[in-house]
Ligand binder design. Structure first.
Ligand SMILES: C[S@@+](CC[C@H](N)C(=O)[O-])C[C@H]1O[C@@H](n2cnc3c(N)ncnc32)[C@H](O)[C@@H]1O
Length: 225
């Protein structure tokens, strides 16, 4: 039987092409600008993974700064589109952030835009990203804001583990997908903070913030549980 996240990313398989059209036809959004502003230095010689890279629109940004870029996404369609759009990037593969095939301590940087919140079990995802990052490696992620997701959630139980339905902006025809709801404490809790140090945090400036971003640095040592 398919596991829930397999059924989930089939949604992106079905809608990947429309998603690409919608994103490329609108100007770079505030969230991407805020995310990119976190890179204030060169990435020369750094091995960087974009987790949930979609059709690959951020890969050239990292490569231009000197990174050796890898991209993963559990949607076959998204990875196909990424390969078509960016044939110069050989390291693109179909896999989710919560279970990858990379060796321990492989990456200097892991980035993820609007993808990590799709992982049904964030603890599993953080454990995996911690495993594949080098000590002092950076995890920079941007996800849907839990408040925004809460307002989409029909039963209005902040702590309830619900799937919520979300209509992706600007897609024609409109595309609604179901995704797991998370709370702030799913992102920032003892498990995460004993493995990572929080270095930056920013929320979307919309009336109801659509996103938040966090920059975490892997601690050199932590107490294992
Ligand atoms: C809204 S798109 C964002 C894509 C890209 N990062 C961007 O900013 O355009 C969400 C992406 O998350 C991917 N995704 C879904 N579940 C995932 C998981 N468990 N791990 C990594 N990516 C996932 C989807 O397949 C989809 O490509």
């Amino acid at each position: 039987m398919a596991r829930p996240w397999e059924a989930f990313f089939e949604q992106y398989d079905a809608e990947g092409r429309l998603y690409k059209q919608a994103q490329t036809s609108s100007p770079m959004r505030d969230h991407r600008r805020a995310f990119r502003a976190q890179f204030n230095g060169s990435l020369k010689g750094k091995r960087l993974l974009d987790g949930g890279c979609g059709y690959g629109s951020d890969l050239p940004f990292y490569a231009k700064r000197g990174a050796k870029v890898y991209g993963i996404d559990p949607s076959k369609t998204m990875i196909e589109l990424a390969k078509q759009s960016y044939p110069d990037f050989p390291n693109l593969s179909v896999q989710p952030v919560q279970k990858t095939t990379f060796p321990d301590r492989y990456f200097d940087v892991v980035t993820s835009i609007y993808a990590l919140h799709n992982a049904p079990n964030l603890r599993q995802a953080f454990r995996e990203l911690h495993r594949i990052l080098k000590p002092k490696g950076v995890l920079l992620f941007l996800v849907q804001h839990p408040l925004f997701v809460f307002l989409l959630n029909k039963n209005k139980r902040y702590h309830g583990k619900a799937m919520v339905r979300f209509t992706i902006p600007d897609m024609r025809p409109p595309c609604t997908i179901a995704q797991p709801a998370h709370t702030f404490s799913d992102y920032f809790n003892e498990f995460v903070l004993e493995r990572f140090e929080l270095q930056a945090f920013e929320e979307g400036h919309e009336a109801v913030p659509l996103w938040f971003l966090a920059k975490l640095r892997k601690r050199e040592t932590h107490r294992c549980r």
